[in-house]
Design a protein around this ligand. Structure first.
Ligand SMILES: [Fe+2]
Ligand SMILES: [Fe+2]
Length: 250
């Protein structure tokens, strides 16, 4: 990473982590923030599952196994955030409700983050059956690596004096540990296919893209409040017998 990218990365990740941590700490915005995480984590599961199957078909059993574990982890992460919402008496709207809400919006803008991050890639290029393996590994490595750090910052922003948020904090810290493991296997996957200098070149390219995308996202958050659209509805509160600990790996 060159000096300027590095400085911008620190500034950018500080800004996004700060905004997200504030949204998580504030009970008024916590539900929507948790819902966003639930949708992002669970949303990755079908993609990762398909990629695992594709790797197996192509004869890379090492990668197929890693991707299957990755898919299972992201599924559990989605459940952890869903549980956090349930404790607040909320749940994510179902797919149909979210779709209707999107359609009712006058202006439909693609996420400024992903539009920038995957610039020069078409939606077709990014499907599990088509995506270039090196693009998948490089882009996901950067996202997982940063997510692992951002989740720690966010967990630490949760108030300690509320019992519910104490549990949520512990589970978000366990999510962060999994994201670190995901980053590690993706980095190893790149090294299994490329020389060290080529890996660094790819990582540097995705780091630059991430920095640009974060600034686009922060600009969007500041100018229009970011994702102000509600993602949640009232749900049935969590029952005592359901334990978040069952979702969190020891
Ligand atoms: Fe995750
Ligand atoms: Fe992950």
């Amino acid at each position: 990473m060159n000096f300027v990218t590095n400085i911008l990365h620190i500034l950018g990740s500080g800004a996004t982590a700060y905004i997200l941590a504030n949204r998580l700490r504030d009970r008024a915005t916590r539900a929507n923030t948790l819902a966003g995480f639930q949708l992002a984590e669970s949303g990755a599961v079908p993609f990762l599952t398909k990629l695992s199957e594709r790797a197996a078909t192509e004869g890379d059993t090492w990668l197929a196994e890693k991707l299957a574990i990755h898919a299972a982890d992201e599924k559990r992460h989605g459940q952890i955030f869903a549980y956090g919402l349930k404790q607040m008496g909320k749940q994510v709207m179902d797919a149909e409700e979210l779709k209707q809400q999107r359609e009712s919006e006058l202006e439909q803008k693609p996420s400024p983050f992903f539009a920038n991050y995957y610039r020069n890639y078409t939606p077709e290029d990014l499907k599990a059956e088509n995506i270039d393996w090196l693009a998948f590994m490089g882009s996901t490595y950067i996202l997982e690596l940063d997510a692992s750090k951002d989740f720690v910052r966010m967990a630490n922003a949760l108030p300690e004096d509320e019992p519910q948020s104490h549990k949520l904090k512990q589970s978000i810290l366990s999510v962060a540990q999994d994201e670190t493991r995901h980053a590690a296997y993706l980095y190893e996957a790149l090294h299994r296919r490329l020389t060290a200098s080529k890996v660094e070149e790819i990582v540097e390219d995705w780091r630059k893209r991430k920095v640009d995308s974060m600034f686009a996202m922060v600009g969007d958050m500041i100018s229009n409040g970011g994702n102000s659209r509600s993602l949640v509805k009232d749900g049935t509160p969590a029952k005592g017998k359901e334990k978040i600990s069952e979702l969190v790996k020891a």
